[in-house]
Design a protein. Structure first.
Length: 153
């Protein structure tokens, strides 16, 4: 099944890929790998879910933020390949959770990204993952997600 058709059946539309907010590019391709830059939870030019998990935000809000980050990753992969069906495998997901001291729900928050990628790419979406909590985040975003993906022509 085509990736975008699968997403449409889930009621998910791939948005335009967000632009960079500083001196970097949103993705780089080398050989058969695409590395996305860190994706924040942008939707329609608005940064969703700002603040720290375990203080201003709940795990559920963090999950939603991570899901939006992953949707932006998908948009970057589409920009990089021209066709999401060229994505052979999501190799690794790195997730950074902006959290208050003592917060330990990083895996549950980042499941928002993993669940979306698994739904979009099926078996090819199953990936290795890093989940890290950090004290500060660019633009006060709740979550940042980046992906390494294997692609074909």
């Amino acid at each position: 099944m085509k990736v975008e058709l699968r997403l449409k059946e889930l009621g998910i539309e791939v948005p335009p890929a967000p632009g960079a907010v500083a001196a970097y590019v949103p993705w780089v391709r080398t050989g058969n790998l695409v590395f996305t830059s860190g994706q924040l939870p942008w939707r329609d030019g608005v940064l969703l879910h700002v603040g720290r998990l375990g203080a201003e935000l709940t795990v559920e809000q963090g999950y939603a933020a991570a899901r939006q980050c992953a949707l932006n990753v998908v948009a970057q992969l589409k920009a990089a390949t021209g066709d999401l069906d060229r994505v052979r495998r999501i190799v690794r997901v790195e997730g950074y959770v902006h959290c208050a001291p003592g917060f330990r729900g990083h895996p549950q928050v980042l499941n928002g990204a993993s669940d979306l990628l698994n739904a979009a790419f099926g078996e090819a979406g199953v990936h290795a993952r890093l989940a890290v909590g950090i004290a500060d985040m660019p633009l006060d975003a709740a979550v940042q997600v980046m992906v390494t993906a294997e692609v074909g022509d």
